[in-house]
Design a protein around this ligand. Sequence first.
Ligand SMILES: [Ca+2]
Length: 153
Amino acid sequence: IDSDLFLNYYFIFFREISQRTFVLIQKAMNWTDAREYCRNHHTDLAMMLTEPEARDLWTVKGPHRVWIGMYREPWRWSDNRNSSFKNWRDGQPNNYLAVQYCVFLNLDYTWGDDDCTKMRSFWCQTGDKINYFHRHISNAEYSEFRVWRRNSG
Ligand SMILES: [Ca+2]
């Protein structure tokens, strides 16, 4: 291998943790199709495991009764995580007619359980995912990077 050519093959590696954002999708879909849509176009249906996470949504107004990423049995988030945080409206979940296995968000951000086949708008979330990527760097950039590394400990 020619040494000059060899020295040009440096790569820099990045790890990026993107911030989560909630995205309202104003298309009516059943819960399962809504989840599929979110996974294809974003990350997943919206999940809020703690009150602070739920509050991120309280600053925006969505329509009434929008699917979020919670279902059962037992109650769990779309990616199978569990959380003690719940925000049920009084009297919910009531599993009315024994067909209510999916969760929607009311205008006041409380939750209700409902029939998963009902067609509703839904909240997706995007981000909250670790991305790894790399980029080729020139010999000169590599030298600079080494200096920067040395100076930044
Ligand atoms: Ca209900």
